[in-house]
Design a protein around this ligand. Structure first.
Ligand code: ARG
Length: 391
């Protein structure tokens, strides 16, 4: 019987390695695609594992620059976090992976694609909305929703039976890594009374052992995106590597949160995004003095919608793109240098400079007189605004 071709979004981890074997048992010719978006050693491991599992077509693509340029930076320009905390590090990677998977499906003449996301999470939605956007005829196999290996323990047994080697930590948590963040879910974290153990965190030092002197950093933004650190230019990848390193040794960017998944389940996730946290902090401070007040509030009101769209998997939707265009349009004001101090898990502002600054010292200062502003005018301002309250 002729085998059907299927392109699998392959991370090299426990779930997707099992999926290779499982799909092969269902008579598929499995083609793997691994997006290199900065997950380090995992790429090499994925390649070796796919080979061991008899995959003939193994695609690996370096997408680090594209990830930062076309997904990370556009998102960061919103300066907004999902449900107050989450920097969307997984949500912004999925649309890129779906796009690349669909390219491979096209080039290899595959009618099927597969992913390792569970039926309980957001990633299945993100992947599949992307697949459908690029080719609505593609057939999607999501093994987690249909197989009987429906627990981590059953998966581990399957691995032992089929000689698939899995490292210790992957056994403990569901981990997703890229240049922007690491995320940890599942295992002991499912118990809300359990404090995340220190050796779970891979990308940040705890405050207890982080370096005990402050680090000063100047971040230069051009049209909303960071381009320099301490007056040196960095390309996208190196900028993140550098900021991740500094943030990491200073214990920056760890969170442990409960979030609302799109399908209505609450879940606990631990995230570490040292570099992204530094950029987000600096960007917010830049916005505060270069953006017009009403533009700022308008952007804020759109950003709530924007982050929900990104989280829920609507990266390719017309409304996300519309809001993105508005957000992008505002970035022309976001030029300047933000100097910060990083110490023991905290970032504080040292000073700020921008030639787009709207701050007017003469207006603001209690010690100076401005020609543009008369204090006596405030009396009328209050009189008129209080009228409603008086009536
Ligand atoms: N809860 C986060 C999100 O929905 C992270 C998901 C991480 N995915 C994973 N396979 N561990 O964006």
């Amino acid at each position: 019987m002729i085998k059907k071709k299927i392109v699998l979004a392959y991370s090299g981890g426990l779930d997707t390695s099992v999926i290779i074997k499982w799909l092969q048992e269902q008579n598929f010719e499995v083609i793997t695609f691994t997006a290199d978006i900065g997950q380090g050693d995992e790429i090499k491991i994925a390649k070796e594992r796919a080979k061991k599992l008899n995959v003939k077509n193994i695609f690996i693509k370096n997408l680090k620059n594209e990830f930062i340029k076309n997904y990370v930076f556009p998102y960061l320009r919103s300066s907004f976090l999902y449900e107050n905390f989450y920097l969307l590090g997984t949500a912004i990677a999925r649309p890129l992976i779906s796009k690349e998977i669909m390219k491979i499906a096209y080039y290899t003449n595959s009618n099927y694609v597969a992913h390792g996301a569970t039926g309980k999470g957001n990633d299945q939605i993100r992947f599949e909305l992307g697949f459908k956007y690029f080719n609505s005829n593609i057939k999607v196999i999501a093994p987690w929703r249909i197989w009987d290996l429906n627990s981590r323990n059953k998966l581990l047994d399957f691995c032992i039976k089929n000689n698939i080697k899995i490292n210790k930590k992957t056994k403990k948590y569901s981990i997703d890594k890229n240049l922007f963040h690491n995320s940890y879910e599942g295992g002991e974290l499912d118990n809300l009374l359990f404090e995340a153990e220190e050796n779970m965190w891979e990308n940040t030092l705890s405050n207890e052992i982080s370096i005990d002197y402050p680090i000063y950093l100047s971040i230069t933004f051009k049209n909303g995106d960071p381009i320099k650190i301490n007056n040196n230019f960095y390309n996208n990848e190196n900028l993140f590597l550098k900021l991740n390193k500094i943030g990491s040794i200073c214990g920056i960017g760890r969170i442990d949160i409960i979030e609302n998944r799109y399908i209505g389940i609450k879940s606990r996730g631990c995230y570490e995004s040292p570099g992204a946290t530094i950029i987000m902090f600096s960007r917010k401070h830049l916005e505060s003095f270069v953006l017009d007040k009403e533009i700022f509030f308008f952007k804020e009101s759109l950003s709530i919608k924007y982050t929900n769209l990104v989280y829920n998997g609507y990266w390719w939707s017309p409304e996300r793109i519309l809001i993105q265009n508005i957000i992008n349009n505002i970035q022309k004001y976001l030029n300047g240098i933000i100097k910060i101090k990083i110490y023991k898990g905290c970032i504080t502002i040292v000073n700020r400079y921008s030639f787009n600054s709207l701050y007017d010292k003469k207006n603001s200062s209690f010690d100076e007189i401005s020609k543009k502003f008369e204090q006596i005018d405030s009396q009328g301002f209050i009189n008129i605004n209080s009228l409603r309250l008086i009536i």
